[in-house]
Design a protein around this ligand. Structure first.
Ligand code: PGA
Length: 249
């Protein structure tokens, strides 16, 4: 039985004051059972604050990226070992904004995935197609290519200790959510593609859906058999909205 998981991706949002209010709202509005399903991936500079505020809870936290390098002369980069110092459990890798705005290739994402695991973090691997790719009937090819970049370099066993987030790029931040069945179809494809190589890993890996998930559509998405939770952007910035989504998982 897969555990549900809902991760908030704060992106480049927050302030000391707002973070505190948001996290206090999440803590006050949840019991331990709900908190076990909850995670927040925050800007690097707030990790100490988040660690302090969440230390007596079972809410998990993590980063939105990490370096593919260990340490050294890489100005501006953040290593996996540093994230471990701040109590991170997760590191998002390959978010579509990193892929498109910062030119991260499938190969680089695979290296970041590997570095996260070697550092002791659970990578949250984001995959998903652009609108034109969907319209051209290439959705399955694209998500398979993005997944294969990790599997072919790290081996199928690496997926055992990871989370995969399917996020159709056309649904991110646009208010256009995939229909539950549309999302389920891709999730089922991903799980089957993994099962073709390892049935146990396929059965156990958590597959999250992301892209304009809100309190009003979360329940029908999470009711789908291969959707194990969500990666939430905009709606993770308000405690009430995020709590409603977590309750739906
Ligand atoms: P959104 O973002 O919920 O604001 O669409 C999701 C994401 O980018 O992870």
């Amino acid at each position: 039985m897969r555990q549900s998981l809902v991760i908030g991706n704060w992106k480049m949002n927050g302030s000391l004051q707002n973070n505190q209010a948001l996290l206090q709202g999440l803590i006050q509005g949840s019991d331990e059972a709900l908190q076990k399903k909850m995670g927040v991936c925050v800007p690097f500079v707030y990790l100490q604050q988040i660690k302090d505020l969440l230390k007596n809870t079972v809410i998990s936290w993590g980063s939105q990226d990490l370096s593919e390098q260990d340490s050294g002369a890489f100005t501006g980069e953040i290593a996996g070992s540093m994230l471990i110092d701040f109590g991170c459990k997760y590191a998002i890798v390959g978010h579509s904004e990193r892929r498109s705005l910062y030119n991260e290739s499938d190969e680089l994402v695979a290296k970041k995935f590997a570095k996260a695991q070697k550092s002791g973090l659970i990578p949250v691997l984001c995959i998903g197609e652009l609108l034109e790719e969907r319209e051209a009937g290439k959705t399955e090819n694209v998500v398979k290519r993005q997944l294969d970049a990790v599997i072919n370099s790290q081996g199928i066993a690496a997926l055992a200790n990871s989370v995969i987030a399917y996020e159709p790029v056309w649904a991110i931040g646009t208010g256009k959510t995939a229909f539950p069945q549309q999302a389920q179809d891709v999730h089922a494809f991903i799980r089957q593609d993994i099962a073709n190589r390892d049935a146990t890993i396929a059965e156990n890996v958590q597959l999250l859906y992301g892209g304009s998930v809100k309190g009003s559509n979360a329940a029908e998405l999470f009711a789908m058999s291969d959707i194990d939770g969500g990666l939430i952007g905009g709606a993770s910035l308000k405690a009430d909205d995020f709590l409603t989504i977590c309750q739906a998982a």
